[in-house]
Design a protein around this ligand. Structure first.
Ligand code: GRF
Length: 205
């Protein structure tokens, strides 16, 4: 049984969920998790600053550096394989995870999505679009989901959810902020639980 679970975090933007994971680590709430790599698909992602301020190795792999998506996916896979993660956490990572990466790390890739899956997931359902759709449908509640990643967007097994009410006069921004607050609690908790199961040999793909 490994002493520490090696986690790579993939980001594309602000990285507030990465921030929540780093905060939990600093607070001693992720004692068996070592964040060994932050990989960003954008060179201007604020998440990079967060990683550097915690002295975590950070690599930028941008699609525009490559002639094809296949070449981009290969570069991501090679970077990941080199850093030997036990678990991969997507945290606001907007690119699709290619089949080669899924195949190599199946059952060990987690994502957090700002809705109660299976509702409001899939292609085009990201950021503001999710919350707009929830409001448009007149939902009484929304929330976030931590799920395993498979070949389809937002499709893998849901591991945990946190709910929030949809309030009268909500805007996509207000709802997003309420959901995000829950994301920052749920994701570090689930990363911890998942890694503890990995250590105990209880996670199967
Ligand atoms: C979050 O709502 C998350 O659910 C989604 O991307 C959004 C931004 O995340 N995957 P972050 O602030 O970059 O962590």
């Amino acid at each position: 049984m490994p002493k520490m679970v090696r986690a790579a975090v993939l980001v594309s933007g602000g990285g507030s969920n990465l921030g929540a994971i780093l905060k939990a680590k600093t607070a001693g709430k992720l004692p068996h998790v070592e964040i060994i790599l932050v990989l960003s698909s954008r060179s201007d992602a604020y998440a990079i600053e967060r990683a550097r301020s915690h002295e975590i190795a950070c690599v930028v792999v941008e699609p525009k550096q490559f002639p094809t998506d296949q070449a981009f996916q290969t570069a991501i896979l090679e970077t990941l394989v080199k850093s030997r993660p036990d678990v991969i956490c997507l945290a606001g990572y907007v690119k699709k995870i290619g089949p080669g990466i899924i195949e190599r790390f199946r059952g060990r890739i987690l994502n957090i999505h700002p809705a109660l899956l299976p509702k409001y997931g899939g292609p085009g359902m990201y950021g503001r679009f999710v919350h707009e759709a929830v409001l448009k449908a007149g939902e009484k509640e929304s929330g976030c989901s931590v799920h395993l990643v498979d070949e389809e967007f937002d499709h893998g097994r849901v591991l945990a959810q946190a709910k929030v009410p949809v309030l009268p006069n909500d805007t996509p921004e207000l709802l997003a902020a309420r959901v995000l607050e829950q994301e920052h609690l749920l994701y570090p908790k689930m990363v911890r639980e998942f890694c503890e199961k990995l250590m105990a040999g209880g996670v199967t793909s």
